[in-house]
Design a protein around this ligand. Structure first.
Ligand SMILES: [Zn+2]
Ligand SMILES: [Zn+2]
Length: 85
């Protein structure tokens, strides 16, 4: 007795198993991911200190740089400091 497998039985029968749940973007390893505030030692995202540039005291577009101090964009550019992203 022959069994005929009909190809069209497989059409549209792809299961959705292609999901990968191991997206580890909270890595705490090396890399310049997050700079910490020198005042509160929190990552930049958690720092609630008053943000102002340590060089010119402006409060516009201030970010924490590698040394934990805050710099505005013009000062970062002038000193070639990089933010964490
Ligand atoms: Zn802080
Ligand atoms: Zn500045």
């Amino acid at each position: 007795m022959r069994v005929f497998l009909r190809n069209d039985d497989y059409q549209g029968h792809f299961s959705g198993r292609a999901r990968h749940a191991n997206i580890a973007f909270m890595s705490t390893g090396t890399g310049p991911a997050r700079y910490k505030c020198a005042q509160c030692e929190q990552p930049e995202a958690s720092c609630e200190c008053d943000k102002f540039c340590c060089l010119c005291q402006t409060v516009i577009d201030v970010r924490i740089c590698a040394d934990g101090l805050m710099y505005c964009e013009p000062c970062r550019t002038a000193c070639e400091y990089k933010t964490s992203d």
